[in-house]
Design a protein around this ligand. Sequence first.
Ligand code: BES
Ligand code: MN
Length: 911
Amino acid sequence: MSSNSQKPRLTQTNEAGPPPHHDSNANTKDNIDAPPASNRIPALSHRMKHDKSILALAVSPKNIFAGTQGGEILVYSLNTYERRRVIQAHKGSVLGLCLPKDEALLFSSATDPIVNVWDTTTFLRLYSLWSTYDVGDIFCVAYSSYHKTVYLGAQNTSIQWYDLKEKDKRPRPALTSHPSERIDKFFDSAGPGGVQTPRPSLGAEGRDAVGGQGLEIDKQDIHQFAHYGYVYCMLLGQGILPDAPSEEVLVSGGGDGRILLWRIDPRGGAISHIYELEDGREEGESILSLAHDGSFLYSGRFDGEVNVWDLETRQLVRSLKTNIGDVLSLSLGGGFLFAGGIIGLVQKFNEHYETVTTFKAHDGLILASTFTTYDDKPIFVTGGNDNTIVIWDVQDCADSVPKTKRSNNDLMVESLTEFVSFRTVSSLPKYRADCRRGASFLRSVFQNFGAATEMLNTAEPYNPIVFAKFRGNPTTTALRKKILFYGHYDVIAAENEHGKWKHDPFTLTGEGGYLYGRGISDNKGPIIAATYAAHELANEQLLGSDILFLIEGEEESGSRGFAQAIKANKELIGDVDWILLANSYWLDDHVPCLTYGLRGVIHATVQIESRHPDLHSGVDGSALLDEPLKDLVMLLSKLTGSHGKVLIPGFYDPILRLTDDERHLYDEITETLLRGNPDLGDAEALAQSLMRRWREASLTIHRFQTSGPDNSTIIPRLARASISFRLVPNQESSEIAKSLQSFLHSEFDKLDSKNKLKVAIDHQAEPWLGDYTNEIFQTLESAIMSVWGPTLGRRRSSVHAPKSDLSHLTSAISRSRPAPTTSNTLASSSVEPDTELLDPTMVARKPLYIREGGSIPSIRFLEKEFGAPAAHLPCGQASDSAHLDNERLRLVNLYNSKMIFKKVFEELPKC
Ligand code: BES
Ligand code: MN
């Protein structure tokens, strides 16, 4: 975009937004790299769902504030998009939010009709102010930081104000003057059809629930009939009067179609009319939104018109016809003007007031919008009556940062978006090419970061292994240690035949602080986090050790061909001191864990075949005929006794006894889980349930298959069962496989059947038990404590223990992973995870040391092959839904995992 244009730069924000954070001239050179100004639609970067309409928005450098129809103010982090707070702010819909430049105070106006003033660091209410008169809904609020005066625009056509400097000198308002004590003859009367406007009912806690000082507007501080219609919008700022650019001026837009400018009296804040912006029309449509930029003012009208006013000449410069319906919001930023309309569309104009693009932002009305930059990234935020807030990445902004300057967390999500788009499903031959494309994409990520890479072939037709090596700083060669990160780029199939996924499984989608997509948690997210960690350290010249990556493409299919390929490339890979992987989950959604044990697995197919073809039970069935399926059922029944006890001789013999030290770990786990949710019951029962999954073996019969047509007269010629064992440390999978074979054959012999038995071992994985006292676990532990910090073991409001917590913790007993719950559907708890507002009793706690019931075939193999100990950092939460529909990973888990890897890659070699 040309910088010498006579047109306004359109870079300031509307009245709700913070000042622009960029230097307007600094980017001219970088613009060469920036994407060309185009008609690109802003990319939907994240969506936050709530259960009520979003009516107002404001942004600070760190947070988004959203006012809802339910009277709440929601606070979301601009970094992780997590909801940090739900403030039950008003007893009616929040219609206006104003965050003045210094961002210490937040003002909210509502239908109750109150204006509340909030401290943006403690989120406590400081003041609550109201009018002596019944004003109807308060549509908008503005604040002069200079005069310390609050202005409100109301349904009764008045503008009223309160000088906060005077608050302690005024008499305390009488309780009876509070609007909740009054019934208004006009505004609370039944409207057309005898229906009263629904308003949230008063809570049992009464109007003082959120505290603060009550302030009543003085009768003198009211400008009655400021407009001949509702006062819909206001803005307040400097640079509006060309002759007095430093003077703060109030601008109001009304249902009468007028835009009025008001001077502020330094003593008391009273307003006096300066002039009106006139376009010569007798009666224009209502002014619903306003925005200001340099010497231009913008107004959005009922019926879809956007006006551009020149404040120097007081003339209407342009009248832009939109096709988005009533323009309820206007935002300026990044060289664009965004008009949000009543039919869910946003129309985006460039500096020449040409429509760049019109895009669908909401299913319903767009009620609010704002613009900001976070981490140098320009973002546009919209809110609507579809109960969502959407974050738009405005890539083609004039002041957009080139890719090289984007934050690493953003780039990490970009890499993951591409990585997840490859359907790297190892179990389905039709995705073989996608697997190879995914592997070469990953290799290119390593290459771009300066790592030496190699594609290691496995036996045909299995997927290749990506090998990468980040070399540590050569000056420390003598000390240089080698850390091997193992992971897998293949994923479980996600055909979404039943439409159970909320979004396409291979299109990474941000929602409610989570990224959704197949493989995001298992295992693509953690791989990218570790890759970026090594890259960042190398860039910062802090990489003292070599970091090797072995990322295979067959893990979900039992790591076919892995061992062979590694043995064949032993020389290339070289020595390894430590092995690290990140392919499991926390026990619940809150407490970080370290995994020191995994079960092994044997998958086997037991098949019984007759010499006869498929037969008819009526024609051929007889007691003397050995039926394959009958034989199979009898044979499998020999494998287990009651309660699943495996009857293969010697099966349990190698299993290690529980030591006192390990028993102590279970005590810590149950204590933590029960503290979070006392309803989980008995600590001992909880410990036993976990032990059954982590340190006891089990047998599963997965499915039966039979030959012949599927009807109830067939005696199948062939019957097959898929079974698996989960093995625990010290049970050798090859030994168990051998004893399974001989046990089944000897039991089958006893049946004296004419049929033939075949037992095939499909794949097997050794169990793994790490030494949780060694240096790598210790380094991981302190990295976790410093990165996750004292948010652990936070005190949760006992009244509002969110429902999702319960299901996560119950899963520890029930074995099933909980279905993901959107945190947004929680009851309005006043305290949510927040690293900034710490309960002073919180301390950084150690991670829980856990084992897992799942299996990863290569860990024990790698330990043996390289003679190096392994450790396992779970990056995901219990509700990640790996292998299930709607697999996800929380953004903050991704970001923090990268930090943990960084610390470990830096610190471990010093041990
Ligand atoms: N990440 C899992 C292993 C896992 C599962 C760890 C549950 C912790 C809890 C891995 O990707 C996996 O799915 N493993 C398979 C291995 C099998 C195909 C040999 C498993 O556990 O079934
Ligand atoms: Mn898996």
